[in-house]
Ligand binder design. Structure first.
Ligand code: GLU
Length: 309
C-alpha cells in the first residue's frame, strides 16, 4: 500500500481544488455561517497511530454522528429491548421524513434517522432530567475520545431549538402513538443538544476506535461494548448511516459510516482503522459531498472496502 500520509495529503489537495464543494446546511442558521472551504481528515489505525491532513483539528458540529454514540449507550443500557422502540431497517426516506411514521404506527425505521434518534434519547432518559442525560452522553463521548475538553456548542443547540419544528412534529407524532415515555420537550432538548457536540476529525476518529476492534478501545484497553453489539452498530452504519444515500455510500465507499449535516462523516474499517473526514458542503441528501468523495478515494487507494479490493 502507498504511504497513508501521501494519500491523505493528495485527498486534501484535491478537495481544496474542487470548485463545487456542495451547500452548507442552512436550515440550522448557526451552521449556515460555516466557511465551506475547510477540509480535514484523520485516520486512527488499530494500533493507535494517528495520521491526518488538512483541518483535522478544527472543531465542527458533529450533528447526526452523535447518533452512533447515543445508540451505543442505549444498546448498552437496554440491550435488545431497544428494538421494541426503534427498527433497524434502512428508511429510503430523507433524514427528517415523517411519512413512514404514520404508516408504521410511530415506530421509526432505524436509530439514525431523526425520529429514531429521538426515540433513542427517550430510551436513554429513563425518567431522568435532560441535564443528567446530557451529562451521561457527554461523559461517554469524552471517555471514548479520551478527551475531557469536548463540549456542547450552546449556540448551535439554541439555533436548533428555535428552528426545530420538524423534529418537534416527529416527536409529537411518536408521542401520540404512545411511543415516548418522557416529556416531549425534554426529549427534544436532549436530542438538539447531543447533535450540537463540537468535535474535530482527530477526536472523532479516536472516538470511533472501539468499532474497529470488536468493542474494545485498544488504546486504553477498555471494553466499550460487547463484540456482538459493536458488530451490530457497524451493520447499522452500513445500512442506515447516510439516510436515503446509504446505498450510494456503500456502493462508492464500501464501509460502515455515519454522516452529519455539519459535514462530518465517520467510517470504520474493521480490524484496521477508524476514519473521520469533514467538509461542510453537503449534497442534495445532506451528506458531505467532498467527504464522501475523500472516503471513496481512500478506500480505492488502500483497498480498505469491506467488500473487497
Ligand atoms: N440536528 C439535525 C437535525 O435534527 C441532525 C441532522 C443530521 O445531521 O443529519 O435535523
Amino acid at each position: 500500500m502507498e504511504e497513508l500520509q501521501t494519500i491523505l495529503d493528495d485527498i486534501v489537495t484535491a478537495a481544496r481544488a474542487e470548485p463545487d464543494k456542495g451547500q452548507v446546511a442552512s436550515y440550522i442558521p448557526q451552521l449556515a455561517n460555516i466557511d465551506p472551504d475547510q477540509f480535514g481528515i484523520a485516520v486512527c489505525l488499530a494500533g493507535g497511530e494517528l495520521v491526518c491532513a488538512g483541518d483535522a483539528d478544527t472543531l465542527f458540529s458533529i450533528q447526526s454522528i452523535s447518533k452512533v454514540f447515543t445508540t451505543t449507550i442505549a444498546l448498552g443500557k437496554l440491550g435488545d429491548t431497544l428494538w421494541q422502540r426503534v427498527g433497524r431497517e434502512p428508511s429510503g426516506d430523507p433524514f427528517n421524513s415523517i411519512i413512514q411514521l404514520e404508516h408504521e404506527n410511530g415506530k421509526p425505521r432505524n436509530p439514525f434517522i431523526n425520529a429514531g434518534a429521538i426515540a433513542v434519547v427517550d430510551a436513554i432518559m429513563q425518567g431522568r432530567q435532560p441535564k443528567e442525560t446530557l451529562a451521561e452522553i457527554l461523559a461517554f463521548i469524552r471517555w471514548i475520545a479520551n478527551d475531557e475538553a469536548i463540549y456542547i456548542d450552546d449556540k448551535v443547540a439554541r439555533s436548533e431549538v428555535l428552528t426545530g419544528d420538524r423534529n418537534a412534529a416527529l416527536a409529537h407524532f411518536m408521542a401520540s402513538c404512545g411511543r415516548l415515555s418522557n416529556n416531549v420537550d425534554k426529549v427534544l432538548g436532549v436530542y438538539f443538544h447531543h447533535c450540537s457536540v463540537a468535535m474535530s476529525c482527530v477526536q472523532l476518529a479516536r472516538a470511533a476506535q472501539f468499532l474497529v476492534s470488536d468493542g474494545v478501545d485498544l488504546s486504553t484497553g477498555a471494553r466499550v461494548l460487547s463484540t456482538q453489539r459493536a458488530r451490530r452498530i457497524n451493520s447499522l452504519m452500513m445500512m442506515c448511516g447516510h439516510y436515503d444515500g446509504s446505498g450510494e455510500f456503500a456502493y462508492r465507499v464500501g464501509l460502515p459510516g455515519k454522516s452529519g449535516v455539519g459535514g462530518g462523516i465517520i467510517a470504520v474499517v474493521p480490524d484496521v482503522a477508524s476514519i473521520a473526514v469533514w467538509s461542510p458542503g453537503l449534497d442534495k441528501i445532506g451528506n458531505s459531498r467532498l467527504g464522501t468523495r475523500a472516503l471513496e478515494t481512500l478506500t480505492r487507494r488502500t483497498g480498505w472496502s469491506v467488500f473487497g479490493r
